[in-house]
Write a protein that binds this ligand. Structure first.
Ligand SMILES: [Zn+2]
Length: 255
């Protein structure tokens, strides 16, 4: 595995070298994170790596904007400025409060966090027996009140929406929206599909429920003529090395 990591690093290093002169296009990058902390989960990014990534965005003068700003530009068919980046986190891990929020405050970067509402204040485990705490409502409210963190629904139970019946999917979508709106006294316009799983019926439910956009896990950059209910995101996880991270804003390649 170590050899594979080294090779991957070399490939991305060479790629960055070759891409050095390639200009940034008028496309946005939506980064997708989950957990930030010290554990071995695939979807985790270590704190020091996360700080390195955020520091890079600042140093290289990327435009970090909110998801609502990006969606507004796309709706108005405005040209997306070069080096535009949106930060998103899925599921609602408690380390978003302890490890992510202090950094974002320091850098003044807005973020959208998608909550699986039934998981709030729970613990979740995985096959490696690593247990992660999820955010609780006081933490969510505290972050929401800062104005920097925008919470949006990600179903109730983190169900894969095309795998359940449409009535159940509708309930997962509408109830999660209702609860987040009620708890935070705001309107929710954006939705992230758990595991990127959706079909046309799911998109229709989102539209009927008043959503403006749906975020997938399909990798890619966002152009101004994108389908707002199929927004691609560039995933950042434990396998993303720093050289790879730097390529995420110019093109899409998964090694
Ligand atoms: Zn999720």
């Amino acid at each position: 595995m170590r050899i594979k990591r080294v090779i991957k690093n070399i490939i991305y290093f060479c790629l960055n070298y070759l891409l050095f002169l390639k200009p940034y296009s008028n496309k946005a990058t939506i980064l997708m994170y989950h957990s930030v902390g010290e554990n071995n989960l695939f979807f985790n990014v270590e704190s020091k790596e996360f700080i390195r990534q955020i520091e890079y965005l600042k140093r290289k003068k990327f435009n970090i904007i909110s998801l609502s700003q990006l969606v507004e530009w796309i709706e108005k068919k405005q040209v997306i400025p070069k080096k535009t980046v949106v930060l998103t986190f899925d599921d609602g891990y408690q380390n978003n409060h302890s490890n992510v929020w202090p950094i974002l405050k320091e850098y003044d970067f807005p973020v959208t966090i998608f909550l699986a509402v039934d998981l709030i204040d729970q613990k979740i485990g995985d096959s490696q027996k690593i247990v992660l705490d999820m955010l609780n409502w006081p933490q969510i409210q505290e972050m929401d009140q800062s104005g920097l963190i925008d919470f949006q629904p990600h179903t109730l139970t983190h169900s894969e929406l095309s795998q359940i019946n449409p009535m159940e999917a509708k309930r997962e979508i509408e109830e999660s929206k209702r609860i987040v709106q009620e708890k935070l006294n705001k309107k929710c316009n954006f939705f992230a599909y758990p595991r990127g799983n959706f079909n046309q019926e799911v998109v229709d439910i989102l539209k009927e429920s008043g959503f403006k956009a749906g975020l997938t896990i399909k990798s890619g950059l966002v152009s101004e003529n994108v389908d707002l209910f199929k927004l691609p995101r560039q995933s950042i996880n434990s396998k993303t090395n720093f050289e790879e991270f730097k390529t995420k804003f110019k093109f899409n390649l998964n090694i």
